[in-house]
Design a protein around this ligand. Structure first.
Ligand SMILES: *Cc1c(COP(=O)(O)O)cnc(C)c1O
Length: 354
């Protein structure tokens, strides 16, 4: 569902306002300085002090026993599923989820699970929708093993699952004997937007991970958290998949820096996203979803301009956006300032009129 990154047409001006993704932030000079000074060791051998510091801090933050540092969020999902499930098991997840659409078919290719796609508005499903997905146990039915949710729901528009809903879903999972996994790529956005701490938000989940390369602005890394036993098994998969690293403390230092300096500021990204949505809503034919966090999805079908045309006309004006699930996505982050928002709105207005 995610398109290949667009290339600027030859002679196009450089991207001035990058709303393509919060993954495109560059490490700040202060973050780079923290990386330069990091104490390092052989991570694969268990000797990297900065990685230990990051994992200890993340386990405490998430209220879990243990944590493991991995190169990417995708590897966190793959390893969590490999650890919770066996081949032929079924995972219940939203029909727009990252594990279904953006992991290169890895669950058919590698984990061997099948995914039951659940429906519901804004990337979320209700307890009734989850209950409707419960299979009667029989030798015909795939064994259901895992409930997975994304906090925030990316294609759902960066929507924040209410804690009460999460707790209700977890109660159903417990009653069914399923494990629970949270894809927390943008968990901190959810926590800042709802003023609920990560340990409370993830209390019902057996495993949860946080991406440091989205709004937190680090160049590399994600941390998967869970029980000591779960993380021990996850380590075996990390080794098997080639995710064990060496002087990874250089990257863990950037993650630690982001926990200290880039979490509370996510509120600015959310304010910028709301301002962007308000501005876009003024343009005739544009239908905008009210953002909960830093992702602004809008539909331009009513303007008669194709989304691909808008994307390339915006690039000519130095503004990058992405196309996802038939809509345009504009994402605010560390490298997008409040002053850029009116400029971006003006660029969309011009590009649609061009
Ligand atoms: C980005 C993302 C991932 C994958 O993270 P990577 O670090 O890019 O591998 C997984 N789930 C969601 C919801 C994401 O937005």
């Amino acid at each position: 569902m995610v398109h290949a990154p667009p290339r600027a047409p030859a002679g196009a001006p450089p991207v001035r306002i990058n709303l393509y993704s919060d993954t495109q932030t560059r490490p700040t000079p202060a973050m780079k300085a923290a990386m330069m000074e990091a104490a390092v060791g052989d991570e694969q051998h268990g000797d990297d002090p900065t990685v230990h510091e990051l994992c200890d801090r993340m386990a405490a933050l998430m209220g879990k026993e243990a944590a493991v540092f991995l190169p990417s969020g995708t590897m966190c999902n793959v390893i969590a599923i490999l650890t919770h499930c066996g081949k032929g098991d079924e995972v219940l997840a939203h029909e727009t989820s990252h594990i279904l659409h953006s992991e290169g078919g890895t669950h058919a290719a590698l984990t061997g699970v099948q995914i039951m796609p659940l429906r519901g508005p804004r990337g979320m499903f209700s307890v009734d929708e989850l209950r409707a997905g419960i299979r009667q146990r029989s030798r015909y039915a795939p064994p259901q093993r895992l409930l997975e949710v994304e906090q925030t729901a990316n294609i759902g528009g960066g929507a924040v699952w209410p804690l009460a809903t999460l707790n209700e879903l977890v109660a159903v999972a417990r009653e069914q004997g399923w494990a629970t996994h949270m894809d927390g790529a943008r968990l901190m956005n959810a926590c800042v937007a709802s003023a609920i701490g990560p340990a409370e938000m993830t209390a019902g989940f057996d495993s949860v991970w946080l991406d440091f390369t989205k709004g937190l602005g680090a160049p590399l890394g994600a941390v998967l958290c869970g029980s000591a036993e779960f993380i021990g098994q996850a380590w075996r998969w990390k080794q098997r998949l080639g995710g064990s690293m060496r002087q990874a403390g250089i990257c863990a230092a950037a993650c630690l820096y982001s926990l200290d300096h880039h979490v509370e500021r996510l509120a600015e990204d959310h304010a910028n996203a709301r301002a962007l949505a308000r501005g876009l809503a003024q343009i005739e034919g544009v239908v905008v979803e009210e953002p909960d966090t830093n992702l602004v999805f809008f539909d331009i079908a009513g303007t008669g301009v194709a989304a691909e045309a808008l994307q390339s006309r915006l690039l000519e004006r130095g503004v990058a956006v992405s196309l996802l699930g038939g809509r345009v996505r504009a994402c605010t982050h560390l490298d997008v300032t409040a002053a850029m928002i009116p400029e971006a709105v003006a660029a969309v207005r011009e590009a649609l009129a061009a």
